[in-house]
Design a protein around this ligand. Sequence first.
Ligand code: SP5
Ligand code: ZN
Length: 341
Amino acid sequence: MLTFYSDDHRLHHGRCELIDGELKPCFEMPSRADHVLQRVRDQQLGEVRAPSDFGRAPIERIHSADYLSFFEGAWARWAALGHDSDMLPFTWPARTLRSVRPDNLHGQFGYYSFDAGAPITAGTWRAAYSSAQVALSGQQALAAGARSAFALCRPPGHHAAADLMGGYCYLNNAAIAAQAFRDQGVGRVAILDVDYHHGNGTQSIFYERGDVLFTSIHGDPRAEFPFFLGYADETGSGAGEGCNLNLPLSAGSGWELWSAALDTACQRIAEHGAEVLVVSLGVDTFKDDPISQFQLDSPDYLRMGARIARLGLPTLFVMEGGYAVAEIGINAVNVLEGFEG
Ligand code: SP5
Ligand code: ZN
């Protein structure tokens, strides 16, 4: 399997996130990608290629122009005020407030974010832009006939909506790739999000569309981030009615429950008549993940890949979460090896 990877991910190295009521060092760190890349090489998964640059147009198919210009320019505005360390948002347009876009930098950061887990640093825009190009390069490999590809994206993307960052995510790599398939004439696309956290950004982007099915297996949002989306009764709306499938599971769920949910998701993907599959590949379902509560063990990821392969679809794997840094490479690459059989 071809892997796409860019060193540009290193340009994003946040210092702190606000998590569970405290400021802590960012769990989403550059060494995550290093471990995955090392495992790809150790296991001789296949060639590792640098991404091509498809420009901003495919990103603008998913994200609004005003959001992108805020994101691209935010660091320069912060630096011009004399700062040289990360910026985090701190005020949001929650209930009873208005979703207006203020002029103030912090007001705009609140307008364009939903949590304080995604800091903007000097290199965040460039890293996120390259991460999207990595996903698009994997998409292009499939369009050119590959059965599968691995986009080793960092930062991750599935929490990012059309005009919102959060949950370590800025640009929705999986959504950008899925849309590129559609724009190149693929009629029906399916997304399978196996990250421990609900992919609220991806869901919201495709919620009213019938052409891109979104399926997700994740920690029950009644108890788990992102709390405010990911419930089972969210089934899509308008043309997208029935094209959103959330499979929330309780804390402590292991392979038995998780794999039953995977079967359900796979059945729905087959019914959709998907011609191509995009997998949001988070491995924070691992038993020792420091911020998550599922119980998958390393061999389970081989089984996960094998089950996904049984769909018989051209498949693009897009890296999302996974914070047990020492095991992230083994677990992510196990999915890819299980897929290849
Ligand atoms: C891409 C991705 O995986 N983003 C995850 C962002 C998670 N941010 C908040 C996590 C809250 C964790 N609470 C853990 C409670 C442990 N006792
Ligand atoms: Zn996650």
